[in-house]
Design a protein around this ligand. Sequence first.
Ligand SMILES: Cc1ncc(COP(=O)(O)O)c(C=O)c1O
Length: 362
Amino acid sequence: MSPSSPSRSGARGPSPLDDLAEAVGGTPLVRLRRLFPDLDGDSPRLELYAKLEQLNPGGSTKDRPALAMLEDALASGRLAPGGTVVESSSGNLGMALARACAAHGVRFLCVVDSRINAPTAATIRALGGELEQVTQPDPETGDLLTARVKRVQQLLEEIPGAVNLHQYGNPANPAAHRDGTMREIAEALDHRVDALYAAVSTTGTIGGCAAYVRDHDMTTRLVAVDAEGSVLFGGTAGTRRLPGMGAGFVTDLSRQVQPDEVVRVDELACTAGARLLARREGILAGASTGGIVAALARTLPSLPDGSRVAMIVHDGGSPYLSTVYDDEWVGQQLGADADALDRARQDLLAASRGAEAPGGAA
Ligand SMILES: Cc1ncc(COP(=O)(O)O)c(C=O)c1O
């Protein structure tokens, strides 16, 4: 391509950006044809599109709420350059905030727990963030997320003037997805989106998408994909090893959202789904996106012919190479050998065609 020719995608022209923040959002929406058999051929039964949020500068969908919440705190005067932000994160918000705080001269203290991916922790540090790692679950609830939030409260008391952006209840979190993620999906698809699949943690993503759908009189069916062991939307508390999806307490934001459907997925299904997406579409995504693929497989047969479906790819798979993409980790942590994993992948494909999943892993 010559220097003067437009980029192949045409998504962003060659003009320079004033600030890296301007590169947040505007992520590609890509048609998937190979993930499931129903998507392929001359007259595919369904259209499926993936919103590639891993192509944000921070590598995940969390760039949007991080920027929105930080800018909101700065604009309101609650936070000033030179101030301190203390936030709890499973990783992605931490990376996004570390970058945004560095760019605004704000000190950033990130409270994480032992489930954080090692490369994610290293990235937060490399961007100047300070890590506080919680290793023991909260004694009252047995939950690591609750332990993280309690540690945030302690730090806020210890550090004068420190500010917590409270991603679990901050309206700027869903607003970023209402005005960004869902607006972009809807505009790209002429406002005809029959179903949207998003994984949930704070529920900022799905809540913001729901707000856009409501404000624009769309009929999009909102499917929340949650982890087994998450207490969101009436779930029962249990062990969760994978970061990014689910919550150990009912978030303030989740009280304002009513998805049309909640699909719960276990860790083996997340792993099989992520591997299926990588092998069949060449999209290397994180565990929660694998969960979305598994949820899609299960629910695809119930979607009417001709449906146009969108799913969020919340983050990329590189930080998960030593977990969901590592056979040894999967064997040790999930008790699944290569054959079991292969069966789980086949089960997903069978489920997407409405066939009985012989291994029951779908
Ligand atoms: C990996 C991952 N999965 C799922 C989500 C959805 O989380 P939330 O409900 O907090 O928007 C996120 C958040 O951006 C994420 O980073």
